[in-house]
Design a protein around this ligand. Sequence first.
Ligand SMILES: Cc1cc2nc3c(=O)[nH]c(=O)nc-3n(C[C@H](O)[C@H](O)[C@H](O)COP(=O)(O)O)c2cc1C
Length: 472
Amino acid sequence: MYRDLREFIDKLDEIGELKRVDGVNWKFELQCVAELFKERAGPALLFDHIQGYLPGYRVLANVVLSARRTALALGMDPDTAPMEVIKRWRKVLKDFRPVPPEYVTTAPVFENQATGESVDLLKFPAPWFYPEDGGRYLGTGDIVIMRDPEEGWVNIGVYRIQMHDHKTTGIMMNPGQQGTLIMRRYHEQGKNCPVAVSLGYTADLLYPAQQSLPWGVSEYDLAGFARGAPIDVVEAPLTGLPVPATSEIVLEGEIPPRSVEGRPEGPFAESWGYSMDRARECEVIKVQAVYHRDDPILWAYKDSKPPVTPSVRLPVRAANAWNEMEAAGVPNIKGVYGFIFNDCRLGVVSIKNSYPGHPMQTGMALQASHQGNNSIITIVVDDDVDITNLEEVMWAVASRCDPTTQVLTFRGRTSTIDPRVTPEQRARRDITRGHIIIDACKPLDFKDFPPIYRFSDEMKQEMIRKYHLLKV
Ligand SMILES: Cc1cc2nc3c(=O)[nH]c(=O)nc-3n(C[C@H](O)[C@H](O)[C@H](O)COP(=O)(O)O)c2cc1C
């Protein structure tokens, strides 16, 4: 394991998953280079000597654009097979017992401190990712920490942070997020909401922070459970909020109600690969203190349109969806996977097809699950299909599905950043769109479905040995 982001980066370097890039401009060039490497399924990137910035003020990008790096970020061996990663993460979620964070008294993040008038957010090389964006973003792979004012528990979530000026950022939290609900509680009490943001932290916090856990359950406790040891936190001096002790950069401040101070946020090149071309009035963080390590590292996290080799993306949320489907009573699920971003917009489930209606029931269960209902196209296949391989999935669709009888279309829920939601729909706050479930299983009553021809792996191994064909 690694103790902090720096050890994680060393680990990436050790396994050939890191490239250092010097000298780019934070405005567009940084992301252009990141996109270039993404399209070639390249390594994670550590940008240094960024134009106009002190050497050592670095930006880390493209971290979870590979299955190996994602496995490592989840605290697993990078060579764990993708479906095995999903299975192990699903077990972590299933077995989860809270392991609360441990308070430490000192932390390297306090090596540099600024409060009040000396706060200057512009000292960090926050990228301006795309020309279509409304500005620079300090936080994309950040975590935001808040304490519920009534019940005292601590929530963390990944919410984007736009840089407005030296002391002010935007914060974009969607309506149902727990962060939003906590913030509102402060506002209802007539108070500003205290907040801390970590802009670079130990990598095994990234996926726990993205989980929507039940109200009152802290993502820190899940991260501790997944790690098998508590997360070290330190009390932030102004707010008293627990921030990861290994943070690279921490901001502390307050969120006033939007009616007191709000600013337009965005547009932002969204994860679907489209720029939604609109700025919306959003809350701001009035930053009162900044702490950072010497030579701090800012974690940038940007999703965008394909191409990325589909099989290199690891859809971690499939683990949640699998648990939910199982809890709904769907039997004989052999795998859950997804393509097109981490949210599985194209969800795939493999089953041991056991009775008439089983594939459709499975597809509907994915659609009904909290973590799977973002799937616009859901495909259910037999368990002889490798669902981590999109080409193989499409082969099953083409060869086993009769669309006149094995397809269901309906109107389902989508997200606010879905480009297929029309402006008219948006105006009436309607975020539904057509969904499809494709049953690509061999029909159970089709008795003599042609068999697949393919030599066994054992025989291939024998050939390799016998004729000295390959080193394996
Ligand atoms: C890279 C990344 C960026 C995200 N950005 C946002 C965001 O700007 N606003 C938001 O509401 N959710 C965003 N999310 C989703 C939330 O992090 C996720 O829903 C999380 O569960 C929220 O935490 P909560 O359940 O404690 O509210 C993002 C997720 C990722 C992985």
